[in-house]
Design a protein. Structure first.
Length: 240
């Protein structure tokens, strides 16, 4: 068997083994990964690449290594889920870096972060005055969480005791020129209804539409392909 064919076969094995193992680890968001999770992921990927191109490595033994590196973090996550003390040891705790507008330099030092790093993180959250911050904490994922002082928080309808209509998820009715019949059916709407709404803006062919979404209050967002304009069509009633 030629070397190239062996590499192809081992690469296919490594690819699908990695795909299965990654799916087993769950759907944790990248922003929520700890530094340890990140290192584990790199290690598993490195083992997979070794399986792919290192022909002197035993395939079964290398796969066993991938499995061990996958299931140990899963086991640790399961134990952490049920034991707060173990979770604190493995994942650490959030670190307060600002309290009542005061920067806690000692805590920043423990994280090996500079004040400039902290200021940059705050600016990314549109916060330019540290005095506006009640608390700021670095989470175990490295993400900065900020609580503004009560008098600096944006005004919302709740502050004014104003009731607002329910806003649910938008439903996609056209995706890349294709009408999604199942989506229409889920809303008890017909294609004729959709075509009628599009005709209000002289759109005769759904293939002209890049995306069309209907929100929960009856507004149909229509984005045309290319550099054409987008429209928001008030359907008023979903029963046409």
């Amino acid at each position: 068997m030629s070397v190239i064919l062996v590499v192809v076969i081992r690469s296919l094995i490594a690819f699908f083994a990695l795909l299965i193992l990654v799916r087993l680890t769950g759907k944790q968001q990248l922003a929520e990964l700890t530094y340890f999770d990140y290192i584990v992921g790199i290690t598993i990927g490195s083992i997979a690449s070794t399986l792919s191109v290192s022909l002197n490595q035993n395939t079964t033994a290398t796969l066993a290594g991938m499995v061990i590196w996958t299931f140990l973090p899963i086991l640790m996550a399961y134990i952490s889920l049920h034991h707060a003390g173990f979770r604190k040891i493995i994942e650490g705790e959030a670190t307060v870096v600002i309290e009542n507008g005061k920067i806690l330099e000692d805590n920043l030092g423990k994280l090996r972060l500079s004040i400039d790093d902290l200021l940059a993180e705050l600016r990314s959250k549109s916060i330019f005055n540290i005095a506006d911050v009640e608390f700021a904490l670095y989470e175990t994922s490295g993400k900065l969480s900020v609580q503004l002082k009560s008098q600096k928080k944006p005004l919302t309808p709740a502050h004014l005791n104003i009731s607002t209509p329910y806003e649910g998820l938008c439903t996609t009715l056209i995706d890349d020129g294709k009408v999604l019949s199942d989506a229409l059916k889920s809303l008890s709407l017909s294609k004729a209804w959709l075509y009628y709404q599009l005709s209000k803006k002289n759109i005769q062919d759904p293939s002209q539409v890049s995306l069309a979404q209907l929100d929960t209050i009856g507004n149909l967002y229509v984005d045309l392909k290319g550099d054409e304009l987008y429209y928001i069509i008030a359907t008023n009633s979903r029963e046409e």
